[in-house]
Design a protein. Sequence first.
Length: 219
Amino acid sequence: MNGAPIVACLGAWLALAGSSNAGQPPPRPATVMVLDMQGDGIRLTSSGSGVRFDIERVGKAASVGWTSLGSDDSFLALDLNGNGTIDDSGELVGTRLRFEDGTQPTSGADALLTPLQGLRRGPDGRLPDPLPEGAGVIDSADGVFARLLVWCDKNHDGASQRTELMSLPAAGITSIRNGYQRTSVVDEGGNKSRFRGSFTLRVRGVEFQRQIIETELAR
């Protein structure tokens, strides 16, 4: 699906990021999308072994569970203001990502299926039926594909360095599927998995299916 309209919306998102009510979090839990890049399972820490990060997008960092030190597990992100860093959870695909109309997604899975592909739900909350061709996957045909980033926090400090950010093509990701299963798994660190899906990774010409989860990081 051609996602060109969403590229124009990114500027609107940025404008809203500086609005007076931008720091007011909605009641739903903050979530992020985590990708299992090597296929060896996603390993997250407890909040005590995690980092400090502005997970609520309120201008204040808090201790949260995180990807493990030395892990290849990565966050799905968007550098909305183009400053070369992920400032807070407003630039991580999840429930704190802000739509151009000021609302926020009910989940990261919903964000990937709806505004990030230029789709809109009707007044009844339903998506178009049938979905447009290609809506079941985000790939190079979608304008937002070139803007999505993979953030692997290699030094485990909760701050993104330029060397930790890669575009999806640079990371070898060719597509992210929009079919997600609800989960209710709580790991030993207290991180709560909400949705599970898959993405396609190409390594030396060979394609692999890898896991992507949406999780509420431990506090």
